[in-house]
Write a protein that binds this ligand. Structure first.
Ligand SMILES: [Zn+2]
Length: 702
């Protein structure tokens, strides 16, 4: 079942006078699901007394109008009584300050950050609320699922890094003991001489020895992962039928702006335990273009590894923050986001939200039916998609994106290290997203590989390692084996220069130097803004960032050079090869698109033998526009999604021999039939005019 729905109730708004009419209109607009925020503070305004009357009425109205229900359990908006009932439960920041709670800008009633969930008294009460909610609605006939944690928030409105309370510190020490076996084990790994656990302090600030700051950042990620799992467990124990997912504010790789990186958890770890993961997306608010939107869904899908992917808060109407007037949301963009999500395998789309908000800085914003002047065209767009989904539920529900051969390495430890260095994680995040973005713009399907989830290496031909400062021994072993067996690794400057405890290794001692026989000669100032490379005779200019670390010459093929060594070097290893860059190419590309970097990424894939099943003959990407395809299959039939931009009048696509069984395609959106024509080498070709909605969902004849 594809859930195509919208967030509605964030108690106490909208008021009940709107409910009946709004839910009827949602159904008329082609939506099939409504989401309700079940807020702990609101439901249990007095300790032990749960009041669900308003929710009972809303779920009944949803049933009456033929809408499914997704319940979002907002346990992080804690009751006003929490610190009275659980004395001393306040979080403590790194300066020892007790955190004063208040109501949050997105919630009219209830406090945040509230009590620390490492305090058993807080967690027991939170779990009781989750259990009461699950018990009340598990058997609801129109229940579609649970979003058990919204944007994985827990430290919002805290001042600095939390939590340093006694409970959390004990949990930190227990985690270290689990990891290192004992205090002696920790002392050996950290090269310290602690006499007892109390002496092992959590990291407080950047620009000190990296060790404890990295450890504490890592711990906070794990702590969030475990909290998500605990929420899931409470609901699962009561409801074994419906999916229980959660969603972050963004893919976790973008959690570089939080007090410590990934403090709201790691999507891969969540997907280990929950039924799925999702993320919020407000593309018009944050200026997210098609490439960045495409990659964020690909990242959530990568983490989900076959579990559910939810687009949990997709921008409904114009954003409002304070009195800023943000861009309106047009129907073409909005439906494109929906179909981009479906093309990546999402099965639930939930807009934020139906009606413009009425309280706080968000008032006057976000509603699908809101007053930015485009509500009618948005509703028409919803009806179009709603009808296509309703007609093709089975086909769309069975859709699975194609397998991929290209991977991008995601290293949270490198985030922790970068943050421990200067308190900012942007450079590592930019490098990672730079590679992903180039692949999206080249329509090269890819998967992101998280450093502790190595299964996805199977089947890959190429793995990019953007600004991977830290390697664990397990990762080193897996990557060395990957190359020996025929894979291509692409590494950047100082790859694996640090161990997970934050200690530096000399160039010749690093895994890639051992593997290739080539070491870096050391850090050098940037020789200019760009490096000129030659890739099989074709010139290629790429941007540079931070520094260069030239590579010893003598082995392999030099693709770009520097006075002190090679800047780009291709070295055969076993049945595979390593492409070493003594520079940060992805980060520079993230700051400024260069054709050269995209050509480099495509060259690596091509020379590694990656078979492009769908080739875009034209139009080729320009600085401002790129045609975008995604593909997969359902019920044994191939499906290809094509996303045009306004500059594009038509597309010429080529499909690998054997890709399709039929030479006829139907566009689910327009209903048009298309005939494929023979192309070179047994391939099939399609010339497609840009359709009205600027995207096509093509399925081959069954
Ligand atoms: Zn705490």
């Amino acid at each position: 079942m594809i859930n195509f729905g919208v967030q509605y109730y964030r108690a106490p708004f909208p008021e009940d006078r709107f409910w009946e009419d709004d839910l009827r209109r949602m159904k008329d607009a082609g939506l099939n699901t409504v989401q309700l925020w079940v807020l702990w503070a609101w439901v249990e305004a007095r300790p032990g007394r749960f009041e669900f009357g308003d929710y009972d009425r809303l779920v009944e109205l949803a049933g009456k109008h033929g809408l499914g229900v997704v319940l979002s359990t907002i346990a992080e908006i804690q009751p006003c009584w929490i610190h009275r009932e659980v004395p001393g439960s306040e979080m403590i920041n790194q300066y020892g300050h007790t955190q004063v709670s208040q109501n949050r800008c997105e919630c009219h009633f209830g406090i945040t950050p509230g009590g620390c969930t490492d305090n058993p008294g807080v967690w027991e009460r939170m779990a009781a609320f989750l259990a009461a909610t699950a018990t009340r609605y598990a058997k609801l006939p129109n229940l579609r699922g649970w979003d058990c944690w919204n944007e994985t928030r827990w430290n919002v409105d805290a001042d600095g890094i939390v939590c340093h309370c006694a409970h959390t510190r004990r949990a930190f020490h227990a985690w270290l003991e689990e990891k290192y076996g004992s205090l002696d084990g920790l002392n050996r790994a950290w090269k310290r001489r602690y006499g007892c656990w109390d002496e092992v302090l959590p990291g407080k600030a950047a620009a000190h020895p990296y060790t404890e700051m990295m450890a504490f950042s890592h711990f906070l990620t794990v702590r969030a992962n475990r909290h998500g799992a605990k929420r899931f467990d409470v609901i699962r124990a009561i409801d074994s039928q419906h999916p229980v997912t959660l969603h972050g504010p963004c893919p976790c790789s973008e959690l570089a702006w939080t007090p410590t990186p990934l403090d709201r958890g790691n999507d891969w770890a969540f997907a280990d335990h929950l039924d799925g993961v999702g993320c919020s997306s407000f593309p018009k608010w944050f200026g997210v273009d098609d490439a960045d939107f495409g990659l964020r869904i690909d990242l959530v899908k990568s983490a989900a590894r076959g579990r559910k992917v939810w687009l949990s808060e997709l921008q409904g109407g114009r954003a409002s923050q304070g009195f800023a007037v943000h861009k309106p949301v047009d129907a073409l963009s909005q439906q494109r986001w929906v179909w981009n999500g479906l093309a990546s395998g999402a099965d639930t789309i939930l807009f934020w939200c139906w009606r413009d908000e009425v309280f706080g800085p968000e008032s006057g914003g976000y509603g699908i039916i809101g007053l930015d002047g485009l509500a009618e065209e948005r509703l028409a767009g919803m009806r179009m998609t709603g009808e296509v989904i309703a007609r093709n539920q089975t086909l769309l529900n069975g859709y699975q994106p194609s397998a991929v051969e290209v991977g991008v390495w995601f290293s949270p430890q490198s985030y922790y290290l970068q943050h421990a260095q200067n308190g900012q994680t942007g450079a590592v995040a930019a490098a990672f997203h730079g590679y992903c973005r180039a692949l999206v713009r080249k329509s090269i399907p890819f998967v992101a590989l998280e450093e502790e989830h190595l299964d996805a290496l199977d089947g890959l031909q190429v793995l990019f390692l953007p600004r991977t400062l830290v390697f664990s021994p397990d990762a080193e072993q897996a990557l060395a084996q990957f190359v020996e067996q025929g894979g291509t690794l692409v590494a950047e400057s100082e790859c694996g220069a640090f161990i997970p405890q934050g200690i530096y290794r000399y160039p010749s001692e690093r895994m890639l130097a051992r593997l290739t026989g080539v070491a870096e000669v050391g850090r050098r100032q940037l020789p200019g803004e760009q490096v000129a490379a030659e890739l099989d005779g074709a010139p290629c200019a790429m941007g540079l960032a931070q520094w260069v670390t030239p590579l010893e010459r003598g082995r392999g093929r030099v693709l770009a050079d520097h006075a002190d060594g090679a800047l780009l070097l291709e070295v055969p290893v076993g049945k595979g090869r390593v492409v070493l860059a003594g520079a940060y190419l992805g980060e520079a590309y993230r700051a400024k698109n260069t054709q050269g970097f995209e050509d480099f990424v495509a060259w690596v894939a091509r020379t590694a033998g990656v078979q492009m099943e769908v080739e875009i003959v034209e139009p080729l990407p320009t600085d401002t526009a790129f045609l975008y395809t995604k593909h997969g299959a359902s019920q044994g039939r191939r499906m290809v999604y094509v996303f045009f931009q306004e500059q594009h009048a038509q597309a010429h696509l080529r499909f690998k021999a054997g890709f399709f069984k039929s030479d006829r395609l139907t566009d689910l959106i327009s209903g048009q039939q298309h005939a494929l024509t023979p192309g070179p080498g047994g391939s099939l070709e399609l010339r497609l005019l840009c359709p009205t909605w600027r995207f096509a969902a093509l399925v081959e004849k069954g």
